[in-house]
Design a protein around this ligand. Structure first.
Ligand code: TYD
Ligand code: MG
Length: 463
């Protein structure tokens, strides 16, 4: 009898090794390698199946391609992130921390779609039927014709789905609970998750059903185990938000049918997730007048301009190595802005603790925020509040010059719409401001000019 072949799989990155080890050579994670039996599921197909292939037809690149039809789910913010609705036959992965609201938003989407006359199946592997029903009641959606099941066996799910007309949408909550008897590993292991996802995706492609898989996120923010699943699905969305805040952001990190920098903004309320169609008002909601250390950044999230408040606190340090704490922005980017301020503008921040926070729990990745961060830092250090009516954007280069950024017009328009009358922005911005009457542009070629302006308005301190 052939010896049963075992393999060792890293639960972090999915790398397969022939031997167990304490550390995964591929991703350097410790204690993540687990013994798994691949069985016949993956790469374990028996020799009999390897036969002669058939001749397939090769076609030219050019040809008829009907525009993928889209199914709108009725939640505008969700339709925005998906790139204009669900594409039939596609598989989506929604990841996020436990308790962030994945099940809630998907149940809301399922119910709305069902009410629009689509066939929707919601399969919960984590909650009992009663729990899902209770949530639906709380959301006021109990009357939606969603087909519900609490099930974890892939075989049972597929048999059930295949027995009837294929639904438009199937939601599987969550992929970690799915389990197939094709492989011997325990549920939640990489091999199980991968095989289960494969089976479900195959079903989606075959029938034209859209599949949404829910994935848990590990401590370090990755979808647990199935990094591999991210490669298999058509789109990956992260549902995120700061613990203490009500805002939730659905962010596309991969999308074969749409842009990846789009976000959908929601607010968690007692009655489920509510769409926020004008995020700027939300992120600027509680601004106080004349606070030193706050600057309004005119940013972009995908195609949408979003104004956010950047808060900085520069305080004398009692430590040998001053603290740098950043929430919502890049640590090394802050270090860079501080270095440029010190070197080129004579601003002495070095011995102080620096705290930087993006209001509302938003996370900013744009370099265009440099200028707003610099303004907030200088304002906090000098105690000079920035003008109430002013927004900031621009990338700071290492030489201290301000570089122009994209979407200038959209940023200015949004600022104008919300009543701002002054924009501190890169020099080239002037040409872009046509058609904007209310807003004056304070163009800055380098950081020194802006710093001098802020410092000049500082209250005189006693020596
Ligand atoms: P849930 O969708 O279960 O999160 P996930 O599936 O991502 O783990 O969300 C649960 C949280 O949402 C829970 O902490 C309570 C909160 N919540 C509300 O605030 N309002 C509501 O109407 C609902 C249904 C949940
Ligand atoms: Mg859940």
């Amino acid at each position: 009898m052939a010896k049963q072949k075992l393999q060792y799989v890293c639960q972090n990155c999915g790398a397969v090794t022939p031997r167990w080890g304490g550390k995964c050579e591929a991703c350097n994670a410790w204690n993540t390698i687990i013994e798994e039996n691949p069985g016949a599921g993956i790469g374990g197909a028996s020799k009999r199946m390897v036969g002669k292939g058939r001749v397939m037809e090769l076609v030219p690149l050019e040809g008829e391609t009907p525009e993928a039809p889209r199914i709108l789910c009725g939640i505008a913010e969700l339709d925005r992130v998906t790139g204009g609705g669900f594409v039939p036959g596609s598989a989506l992965l929604v990841g996020g921390d436990p308790g962030i609201g994945k099940s809630t938003i998907l149940l809301q989407a399922a119910a709305l779609m069902a009410k629009l006359g689509r066939r929707v199946v919601y399969i919960s592997g984590e909650e009992a039927i009663a729990q899902v029903r209770m949530r639906a009641q709380r959301l006021g959606l109990a009357d939606a014709p969603v087909s519900l099941a609490a099930e974890t066996s892939v075989e049972d799910i597929l048999t059930t789905l295949e027995a009837d007309e294929p639904p438009h949408l199937v939601i599987l909550d969550s992929i970690q609970t799915l389990w197939t008897s094709q492989v011997d590993s325990a549920p939640g292991t990489v091999t199980q998750v991968r095989t289960a996802a494969q089976a479900m995706i195959r079903y989606a492609k075959k029938t034209g059903t859209t599949i949404i898989l829910v994935g848990h996120v590990t401590k370090d923010g990755q979808i647990a185990g199935p990094r591999v699943v991210e490669h298999m699905v058509d789109a990956v969305f992260y549902f995120e938000g700061e613990g203490g805040h009500q805002f939730r952001i659905m962010r596309a990190v991969k999308n074969r049918f749409g842009p990846t920098d789009e976000i959908g903004v929601f607010e968690m309320t007692g009655g489920g997730l509510r769409e926020v169609s004008n995020p700027s008002e939300l992120f600027l909601g509680e601004r106080k007048a004349n606070n030193p250390g706050t600057a309004v950044f005119a940013g972009m999230e995908g195609t949408r301009p979003v104004l956010v408040e950047i808060q900085a606190l520069v305080a004398p340090s009692s430590l040998g190595t001053p603290r740098r704490a950043v929430v919502g922005w890049d640590n090394s980017r802050l270090a860079m802005v501080i270095a440029v301020l010190e070197t080129h503008c004579g601003v002495k921040i070095g011995a102080n603790d620096v705290y930087l926070n993006i209001a509302g729990g938003l996370r900013i990745a744009e370099p265009a925020a440099d200028l707003a961060v610099a303004a907030a830092l200088v304002s906090s250090l000098t105690g000079a509040p920035l003008p109430q009516n002013s927004v900031y954007f621009g990338e700071v280069s290492l030489s201290g010059a301000i570089r122009s950024v994209t979407h200038t017009q959209a940023r200015l328009k949004e600022a104008e719409k919300l009543g701002f009358t002054l924009a501190t922005a890169p020099e080239a911005t002037q040409d872009n401001s046509s058609g904007l009457k209310e807003i004056t542009i304070n163009s800055t070629a380098d950081l020194t000019g802006m710093v001098a302006r802020i410092a000049a308005s500082a209250p005189q301190r006693e020596a």
